[in-house]
Design a protein around this ligand. Sequence first.
Ligand code: F6P
Length: 321
Amino acid sequence: MRRLGVLTSGGDAPGMNAAIRAVVRTACSMKLEVLGIERGYQGLVEGQFRPMDVRSVSSINHLGGTVLRTARCDAFLTEEGRASAAANLQRAEIDGLVVIGGDGTYRGAVAMIQEHGLAIIGVPGTIDNDIPGTFATIGFDTAVNTALDCIDRVRDTSEAHEKVAIVEVMGRRAGFIALASGLAGGAEAVLVPERPVDWEALAQSVCAWQARGKKSCIIVVAEGAASAEEVAAAIETRTGVRSRVTILGYIQRGGRPTARDRILATRFGYHAVRLLQEGRSGLMVGLGNADEITPTPLSRILEDKKGIDEELLDVLGVTAS
Ligand code: F6P
């Protein structure tokens, strides 16, 4: 291998820059050339490449977002789009690719490998943490801590005014952020997309919390389970209790990555380049349960589903009393 490409795709996640830096610097240490591909697969289809060296990734470790920018690319969903991406890669003499993103990114990578025989290694980067084959994804820890900081603030004012508060966090298809931030923030309830919402039970819980003299109640809801407005309306209709709604939105996707995310991203980037250099392809680097880096076939990651730890919901229910 002589030249590799690196891109970030899908939703950005804090720590992606640390992964880009690690990819570039590890490759440079092996005397490989690196081209950064702008706007994910969009830049691959349109041939937006730029040379990167050790200096071009200076002072980016602490930055949220991604210096390569990112996009959700419709053209790449088509065979024609992928064919023009492959032609651009061939023209630029790129023989290996590191793709940093979530499952949509891997779906594109697997298609590219099957149709054009490219060497590709995936790095899990999404705040949602919904990627099988890895205990954690880049950005999850930062997103959880940002959400937690907001929940703590909401708690202060809700306690002062003795109010019910609904905090909506991200997670269209996964409840990892809601569960982790809710558990850490001592939320009274967490609603996740993985479990259908039992509105009657929730309303009864609100009444029970108030009867037990709770001064504040916080319900954390993942956007994929319901909207905060829906939750507030459902509670008010059933109990007459009015609540305050806070929607965190992009606040939790941006911002300075935590130390944990920077370290994880750096390790992932380093190992991704090493795997390419060893002639491996079609793998994602992941974090094992014993904190080790493990490669898993991308095809298996696309078949599996990472479930939330249901026990944590029970722990939360018991400790929120
Ligand atoms: O990055 C992951 C995520 O934040 C999901 O939780 C959410 O479903 C999605 O991205 C929303 O992203 P956008 O609004 O940019 O489409």
